[in-house]
Design a protein around this ligand. Structure first.
Ligand code: PLP
Length: 362
């Protein structure tokens, strides 16, 4: 069956080069080969997260670490900042972990603003918050620097940040921001196959985790720290993913991080231009649009073009590209186009050509 190229916002298209690295011959996870592999990528990961802290490898999707962060770091009550499907779900996950949790809900498409968080944290009820930097369901990016600045005012609150669909596409400076946990699954902006997550934790987060009862084993941050100090993981990792990650990191640094960030900004602008050319509005509040995907309004916002999204998706698929038809309660009234991973102006232009052709057939 012919492969349909992924332009959905995760998982994204995986290159042949990455698959080749993924299929490297297997090695033991307690042997020198694995330790050398992890030790080689550790400084690259630290550079990517702009941190001196260790970066951990979790064989799980992002949700493993998202749940793990709650289990390790919430003693009193967690504030879940919610502005879309993924951030909304984190609230449910916190409750399922038996934690006291409160929803800070804004309308889908709006970002989370620091002033809202400030008002909540001022009550003194919370010892942790969860935030999604780039809410993939709505294509909306919250102002991370503005929010992280609150950490100085509330040093005992654990700032847990999901950068699943943004890390590698723009600078996220873990140490400088002063946040406590930064995590990402690797099937989105990293363009790896699904199944691996990376994260960093602040010294304060690690110290707090060590005092947390019932934090479990698989996502115990203290176990990650102890093992990573020996260039190992707590349990057998997906070694194939680590080979693929090593290959990908070499690519990132061969291109240069700045060039990579600039490429995402350019390809994202092209997608916004494509939408505007056809009379569509964008779904996110202006000024808070994601740089890794474009959530196009297709009736969700007043005004702007409206088309049969399912038909558009099918016409594009017939030409070999998979786009997303909208997520959750905005399915159909939005659709999403991803420029994450390896996409360039040249490859994005192929997508726009297919979209143009489909639009002409609607
Ligand atoms: C995709 C996504 C997740 C969930 O990732 P899984 O890999 O399915 O666990 C969480 N947060 C954001 C922002 C995402 O885009």
């Amino acid at each position: 069956m012919a492969h349909v190229k992924l332009h959905i916002p995760g998982p994204v298209e995986v290159s042949e080069k990455t698959f080749k690295a993924f299929c490297s011959p297997m090695i033991g996870h307690r042997g020198q080969g694995f330790k050398d592999l992890y030790a080689k990528i550790q400084p690259q990961l630290q550079q990517l997260l702009y941190t001196k802290q260790l970066v951990y490898l979790s064989t799980s999707s992002a949700w493993g670490v998202m749940e793990g962060a709650v289990r390790n770091l919430v003693h009193k009550k967690v504030l879940n900042c919610m502005c879309g499907a993924f951030s909304d779900k984190w609230f449910d996950v916190a409750k399922k972990c038996g934690k006291q949790a409160e929803a800070l809900q804004v309308e889908w498409g709006s970002p989370i603003r620091a002033s809202l968080i400030d008002a909540k944290l001022a009550t003194g009820e919370f010892d942790a918050l969860t935030l999604i930097h780039n809410e993939t369901s709505t294509g909306t990016m919250s102002p991370l620097a503005e929010i992280a600045a609150l950490k100085q005012k509330y040093p005992d609150v654990m700032f847990i940040v999901d950068a699943v669909s943004s890390l590698t596409a723009l600078p996220i400076k873990f140490d400088e921001l002063g946040i406590d946990v930064l995590l990402a699954g690797t099937q989105k902006a990293f363009a790896l196959p699904p199944g691996l997550a990376v994260f960093a934790a602040s010294p304060a987060a690690l110290a707090k985790a060590a005092t947390t009862k019932d934090r479990g084993y698989y996502f115990d941050f203290v176990e990650f720290q102890k093992n990573a100090e020996q260039s190992m993981t707590p349990s057998t990792p997906s070694i194939s993913h680590v080979f693929a990650l090593a290959s990908k990191l070499d690519e990132f640094f061969a291109e240069g991080l700045e060039a990579r960030f600039a490429r995402h900004a350019r390809t994202n602008q092209l997608t916004r231009d494509w939408a505007a050319k056809h009379g569509f509005l964008l779904f996110p509040e202006p000024g808070y649009e994601s740089v890794t995907l474009t959530c196009v309004s297709n009736g969700a916002r007043p005004g702007g073009r409206v088309v049969d999204a399912a038909k558009l998706q099918k016409l594009v698929k017939d030409q070999g590209f998979l786009i997303d038809g909208g997520y959750g309660k905005i399915k159909g009234t939005t659709f999403r186009l991803s420029n994450m991973g390896d996409e360039t102006e040249a490859t994005m232009n192929q997508l726009y050509a297919a979209l143009d052709k489909a639009m002409a057939q609607l």
